[in-house]
Design a protein around this ligand. Structure first.
Ligand code: G3I
Length: 396
């Protein structure tokens, strides 16, 4: 039973909550209208033109923003669709494909001479349920899932053939490891709908397992668009177990491909690059771990891509929610500088560094102020740190 004073208190709490939300909204609107990109800043893409490409994400509805477009063209030479090339958005049902939004982005990029990275063909998340799951909600058989995968990749990678330079063929397939694995298959995400369907009907005596979906995805992608560089992409790639699992997988699949009759070019790898998503946190980023991952991937014989870089302030368990002080910004910037020193050292093996967010206000982890530009689109200290890592570290 709620008493009258309790009711009044709840009403008052509700009103305060609404007031705070309204204020936050007004502040963000105010910031958005005041925000302006500064085109007189040095260009990231130009600064690193002899090292690697510099990318960022876009959403199709941003392509009509001329100011943002001018900034993007000035700072970046590679774009990833933040969401619109994921299966969930491209194919709602078997035989149904909607390329309209993704095409808007790809055409925008082409007109501006910005290269496109495809993200992503096969993922347990933001997928299209028909690929792996029956109408009864039960997993498809291995044979049916494989046929769907072939059809999907043929259709999608075929559609974007010649328009994307690379694909994240498989995204985030590993999960739950701790110790250093000797068998990459043992640390796969076993509850991925792809893994589950491929297990359904696997002939264990022949060595088949749910893991086989990964090789198939790469082969279908190679056959559909031989011009695209094929990536495996994952997060927490600086964890020792995952770094090893990713490297072992690339080595294993590439060895398998060498003997595959469909391989028309024996000198070319199947898994050509490993994507380090690089979703870090200021509280626990250790640049030595980043370097150890890069060198392990190089040892596996592949290229490295930094595919989704951001460094929100704080840690996953203790997230930061207020704007950064100058000192916090400096701390974050020093980490960006240290990272770019490492990237430059291995530039021969790194083909791109893509940021996951253009401004703090547009990032999936915006509260932690993770990227190079703030909520008013002004360059942060992190921008200076990326433009001149050595100089920034010396001065700071
Ligand atoms: O478009 C709908 C909108 O219609 C709806 O009203 C709204 C309500 O929640 O949702 C909108 O969709 C959201 C979508 O982003 C587009 O804004 C989804 O809820 C939201 O979950 C989705 O988040 C994306 C996330 O992937 C999903 O997994 C983030 O924007 C995107 O930055 C993030 O990117 C991933 C990479 O693909 C893979 N690596 C990790 C990275 C960060 O999570």
């Amino acid at each position: 039973m709620i008493t009258l004073p309790q009711k009044r208190r709840r009403l008052a709490q509700g009103l305060v909550f609404l007031l705070v939300q309204a204020l936050l909204f007004l502040v963000s609107v105010g910031q958005a209208t005041a925000a302006k990109w500064d085109l007189s800043l040095p260009s990231l893409a130009n600064t690193y033109k002899d090292d690697f490409m510099i990318g960022n994400v876009m959403n199709p509805n941003q392509t009509t923003d001329d100011e943002l477009t001018a900034m993007f063209k000035h700072q970046y030479n590679l774009v990833t669709a933040e969401n619109d090339m994921k299966p969930q958005y491209l194919s709602s049902a078997k035989g149904v494909y909607n390329f309209a939004n993704a095409d808007t982005l790809v055409n925008w990029a082409k007109a501006k001479n910005i290269k496109v990275h495809g993200h992503t063909l096969v993922w347990h998340s933001q997928s299209a349920p028909w690929l792996t799951t029956g109408e009864d909600g039960k997993p498809l058989t291995r044979t049916a899932a494989k046929a769907n995968m072939e059809e999907y990749i043929h259709k999608v990678a075929g559609h974007f053939k010649g328009k994307v330079i690379s694909w994240d063929v498989v995204n985030e397939a590993f999960d739950g490891g701790t110790g250093i694995p000797t068998d990459w298959k043992s640390v796969l995400r076993k509850n991925s709908p792809w893994y589950i369907a491929y297990e359904n009907g696997a002939d264990k005596k022949k060595g088949e397992s749910g893991a086989d979906y990964i090789y198939d995805a790469f082969v279908f992608a190679r056959l559909a668009d031989p011009g695209a560089t094929l990536y495996y992409n994952d997060y927490n790639e600086t964890d020792a177990w995952k770094r090893e699992a990713m490297a072992l997988m690339a080595e294993d699949l590439n060895a398998q491909w060498k003997k595959d009759q469909r391989n028309a070019d024996p000198n070319r790898l199947l898994v050509e690059a490993l994507g380090m998503q690089a979703h870090y946190w200021t509280a626990n980023l250790n640049v030595n771990d980043v370097e150890a991952t890069i060198t392990r991937f190089i040892k596996a014989g592949v290229k490295v891509g930094v595919t989704e870089l951001d460094i929100p302030y704080g840690s996953y368990s203790k997230q930061h929610t207020t704007p950064l002080t100058k000192e916090e910004e400096r701390f974050q910037a020093r980490l960006y500088a240290q990272l770019f020193k490492v990237y430059k050292k291995y530039a021969n093996s790194i083909d791109r560094v893509t940021f996951w967010g253009k401004a703090d206000s547009q990032s999936w982890r915006g509260q932690g102020s993770p990227v190079l530009f703030d909520r008013t689109f002004a360059a942060k200290q992190a921008f200076d740190a990326v433009i001149d890592p050595e100089g920034f570290l010396e001065a700071n």
